[in-house]
Design a protein around this ligand. Structure first.
Ligand SMILES: [Zn+2]
Length: 93
């Protein structure tokens, strides 16, 4: 019977790990898409790393779609920065 309880806990841990991996792969995907968008030439058509809409780059350092209301830049950095904040906290210890 205690085995069953233990299995339950393992299940929770596994689900938690799966969620973490999913979060991490989403971050990797975002970073890869951002890098690709950032490297594209001014004037070329690129896909926004966050909302995946296509747009023409008007500035070399533009990486997100120009639709301000979508807040793609904010959403991107919020997702990516979680890990950075953790790393910074570790380094400050
Ligand atoms: Zn966008």
């Amino acid at each position: 019977m205690s085995d069953e309880e233990h299995g339950g806990l393992d299940g929770i841990e596994e689900a938690y790990e799966a969620a973490e991996i999913e979060q991490e792969s989403k971050r990797d995907e975002l970073l890869a898409a951002w890098d690709k968008s950032k490297r594209a030439m001014t004037g070329s058509i690129v896909s926004c790393p966050v909302c995946h809409s296509t747009f023409r780059k008007t500035r070399q350092n533009q990486a997100f779609c120009p639709v301000k209301s979508r807040k793609c830049k904010d959403r991107f950095w919020n997702t990516v920065n979680d890990e950075r904040r953790e790393r910074a906290a570790l380094m400050n210890q």
